[in-house]
Design a binder for this molecule. Structure first.
Ligand code: GDP
Ligand code: IMO
Ligand code: MG
Length: 417
């Protein structure tokens, strides 16, 4: 019998606070493994007032006893990975990169940005990091895997041939082919730094499971950004839900243990696309201000609104969530009333599920009495009664226990029930 891996997934449109909870749980896990996304993710962790922003390196890195695996489901920009590594002393023996993860190169970002420009007001509002083009190449079977980085001359020739074959398309985007010798030097530089970490992480996952290691799987983005289950086409290009942990690491569904879904006590979104419970007024502005809702990756202001219990029920079911970790409760401190979207109206009818086109949905709200202060509270019983009533009402609406409640960015300001 091998061990089961615990899983963390985002339940909204990303930025729920996954990084804080992964870091918290990493204290009791041996391995932390990323399974999807790329450096579009921005996971912030605050320890004793010091802030760390992680994009590709798993959020277990701040626990010196935890080892970190980047799985095959990730698209990895070697350039950005190397920059991120510079924050940490020595990751030898603590970092493993899948040879099957796909390489994201600077031209992917240029294609991403060109496509967004061409879309004009229909732009997705991507992070511009090249995520869509890198996953697109993977699915179209013209991508390059990290294992290929071990042979820079061969990979260079392959990329040059790819540019040659697609010249008309690149010309239309006004993208020049890379200079061959510069590309070779660039790839060689990546190999020199990252080569020693590249390995077969699928075999490693099986080995550590057989050794009964404690394993935590770290999701990126959120359920409503999932390529299949989110608000397509305003989504990212990967499987962000719990099923993605299996394909993104080479484990099977029976290997999954406890699923913790991360949700803010309200809701945010960056980029374009439907967001029924968005608040365009003064309260939305206050949520942004109090919650410091500006993107970790792009610095863009996040769109803010209220907890959407309908979308949350959808997320809980898609992911098989065992417990929810409710984040940023303190951001609602001082509001006289807090609203929750309890149903949608679509074409005059009330519905309680996520419809095909969420753009058509108008929120139906229920209001709850607010509270003065929850910031820094570490014990459920010490929360104001109205905050407790809010949490219990949410649990009732989504049919899932809120086993963790977070009351500040700090690692220790966390209620475990
Ligand atoms: P992730 O992408 O899901 O890891 O989330 P981000 O790191 O992008 O965004 C969450 C932000 O909220 C970060 O700046 C965290 O430091 C911060 N944060 C996390 N939990 C709490 C909390 O309970 N209260 C407050 N005020 N901030 C929090
Ligand atoms: P974390 O892991 C919030 C959004 C972008 C855009 C859409 C597509 O920090 O929660 P992409 O660059 O992926 O092609 O952009 O997805 N997006 C995120 N929003 N948090 C993230 O990650 C995100 N990663 C992508 O804003 O709307
Ligand atoms: Mg983030």
């Amino acid at each position: 019998m091998s061990t089961k891996a615990d899983l963390i997934v985002g339940l909204q449109w990303g930025d729920e606070g996954k990084g804080k909870i992964v870091d918290h749980m990493a204290q009791t896990h041996d391995y932390v493994c990323r399974f999807a996304g790329g450096h579009n993710a921005g996971h912030t962790i605050v320890i004793n007032g010091k802030k760390y922003a992680l994009h590709l390196i798993p959020s277990g890195v701040l626990n010196p006893n935890a080892k970190n695996i980047v799985g095959n489901g990730v698209v990895l920009s070697p350039k950005d990975f190397i920059i991120e590594m510079e924050q940490f002393d020595n990751l030898d023996g603590r970092l493993f990169l899948s040879d099957k993860a796909h390489v994201l190169l600077p031209y992917h970002a240029l294609i991403d940005q060109a496509r967004e420009r061409m879309k004009g007001d229909k732009a997705i509002g991507t992070t511009g990091k090249g995520i869509g083009p890198a996953y697109g190449d993977k699915i179209a079977r013209v991508g390059h895997r990290l294992g290929e980085l071990l042979n820079p001359p061969k990979l260079t020739a392959k990329i040059m041939a790819f540019f040659e074959m697609n010249k008309p398309i690149f010309d239309a985007m006004k993208l020049d082919a890379p200079n061959e010798s510069a590309l070779l030097a660039e790839l060689q530089g990546y190999k020199d730094v990252l080569g020693k970490y590249i390995c077969d992480t699928t075999q490693l996952m099986w080995k550590i499971m057989d050794e009964d290691k404690k394993i935590l799987l770290e999701g990126a983005q959120g359920t409503m950004l999932d390529i299949d289950h989110g608000t397509y086409p305003y989504v990212t290009s990967s499987t962000t839900v719990s099923a993605g942990a299996c394909s993104g690491l080479g484990i099977n569904p029976k290997d999954l243990g406890k699923v913790t879904g991360i949700a803010k006590a309200y809701c945010t979104r960056v980029g374009n696309g439907p967001f029924p419970s968005e608040d365009f007024g003064a309260e939305g502005d206050l949520l942004r201000k109090n919650g410091h809702e500006f993107g970790t990756t792009t610095g863009r202001p996040r769109r803010c609104g209220w907890f959407d219990a309908v979308a949350m029920r959808h997320a809980v079911r898609v992911n098989g969530v065992d417990q929810v970790s409710l984040m940023k409760l303190d951001v609602l401190d001082g509001f006289a009333e807090v609203k929750v979207c309890v149903a949608y109206e679509v074409e005059g009818k009330e519905i309680n599920y996520v419809p095909y086109d969420l753009e058509e949905a108008t929120p139906i709200y229920k209001s709850f009495a607010g509270w003065d202060k929850t910031e820094g509270v570490r014990d459920f019983d010490a929360l104001p009664d109205t905050a407790k009533a809010y949490i219990e009402a949410l649990e009732e609406m989504i049919g899932t226990k809120m086993g963790i409640i977070s009351t500040s960015p700090e690692r220790e300001d966390t209620i475990i029930r």
